[in-house]
Design a protein around this ligand. Structure first.
Ligand SMILES: [Mg+2]
Length: 385
């Protein structure tokens, strides 16, 4: 089976739906077609769609030149084939994020070719019941990210808390509050209010979105949160500075998390070894694909670090996270942007078309490949170009 052509299309909620309220901004999706009619799908979060359209296409394009005509083999070979061609180009940023999306689509085809779901090809379900937070069944547990339309003070508290309550009543088990652009006092208050609302049994994370520039302030906040049973504290410091993370990690009992923008395993090694973080959060496309995410898991395990895939995009990308988590022995949670509480028609449609969440968890997928089946009507209704 060979790759015959590459297709890019762009979907989105349109300008009338505010991305800050959960709307899906113009999002490039990729389909890889094979000469035997098997098709692989992925999306390309956080890369301007025009960049994807300019580089993924016919044999004259950057990626078309590398992939069209290639035999479908184990995805790692095609990953390496692309990576080797980047020796003198970028090797980070958009180039790797697009490689990562192509890699996910290649896994999708490869799984269909072998008639197995991707998690089985990654190594099978390797979480023992003693490692799982969810009893004896291996299942994939999403944590809900709760942004608000406004930041700071009472409106932020009440909106995020009410979203947590709605989602808890639907059976979701884990929640991440996002007190962005807020005072240190508001960060503490946001977490305390959400903890009070969801009770002691459910899981709570806190993401402050690169809020602090100094270790003492972040440490004061962590100290005040240490009795709230916080599962992890995400991105207290700017994205390219692992050192303050290491200083904070040495002084607080709350695990620190980063990695949503990380590309390649090399950046994740830096976060873990220089930054001392004990939760890393690769996006399945951004980090360099499922192939690279698997390597990140294999580097994190001997370091005692958890891998909780990030995903503030749609359930096309979410489906790839489910496969990684189904295999990974060190992935108790994956990020999830629940359509139930955001004003985005496209997010809702894509979630409804994806793997169902039942009793707060995904069952391990059974369809071959990634198995996300994108309905043609959704593409038709939300296609931008
Ligand atoms: Mg974040």
């Amino acid at each position: 089976m060979k790759i015959s052509h590459l297709e890019v299309f762009v979907i989105g909620d349109g300008p009338e739906i505010d991305p800050d309220k959960g709307g899906v901004e113009p999002l490039a999706c990729i389909r890889i077609h094979s000469d035997q009619g098997v098709v692989g799908l992925s999306e390309v979060f956080r890369v301007p769609p025009g960049v994807v359209q300019a580089t993924v296409g016919n044999r004259q394009t950057h990626f078309g030149r590398l992939l069209i005509g290639q035999e479908i083999t184990h995805p790692e070979r095609l990953w390496q084939h692309m990576w080797d061609a980047f020796m003198h180009t970028n090797r980070r940023g958009w180039e790797i994020m697009i490689l990562g999306a192509l890699d996910v689509a290649i896994w999708d085809i490869y799984g269909q070719m072998l008639n197995e779901p991707v998690w089985k090809l990654l190594g099978g379900a390797q979480r023992g019941p003693f490692q799982s937070t969810v009893g004896s069944t291996v299942e994939v547990v999403p944590y809900c990210t709760l942004v608000s339309d406004v930041w700071g003070g009472e409106p932020m508290f009440s909106q995020q808390v009410s979203r947590a309550e709605t989602l808890a009543s639907l059976g979701y088990r884990a929640f991440k509050v996002e007190p962005m652009m807020s005072t240190p006092e508001d960060v503490v208050e946001m977490a305390r209010r959400c903890r009070r609302a969801i009770g002691d049994k459910l899981t709570l994370m806190v993401d402050v979105g690169y809020l602090f520039n100094d270790v003492p302030t972040a440490l004061r906040v962590c100290r005040q949160l240490e009795d709230q049973n916080i599962y992890f504290f995400e991105t207290p410091f700017p994205v390219d500075t692992p050192e303050p993370y290491a200083k904070l990690a040495a002084k607080t009992s709350i695990p620190l998390a980063m990695g949503e923008h990380g590309v390649t395993r090399w950046e994740f090694i830096d976060m873990m070894d220089r930054g001392g973080v004990t939760v890393v959060q690769p996006y399945m496309t951004t980090c360099g694909g499922l192939t690279e995410a698997k390597r990140i898991v294999e580097l994190a395990a001997p370091r005692g670090v958890l891998v909780c895939p990030g995903n503030w995009s749609t359930q096309i990308l979410g489906a790839a996270s489910v496969h990684l988590a189904a295999w990974s022995p060190i992935t108790p949670f994956i990020e999830f942007a629940p359509a139930e509480v955001f004003e985005s028609p496209l997010r809702r449609e894509l979630q409804n078309a994806g793997f169902p969440v039942r009793n707060g968890a995904f069952a391990l997928p059974e369809r071959p490949g990634i198995g996300y089946q994108l309905p043609a009507e959704i593409v038709q209704a939300f296609r931008i170009r």
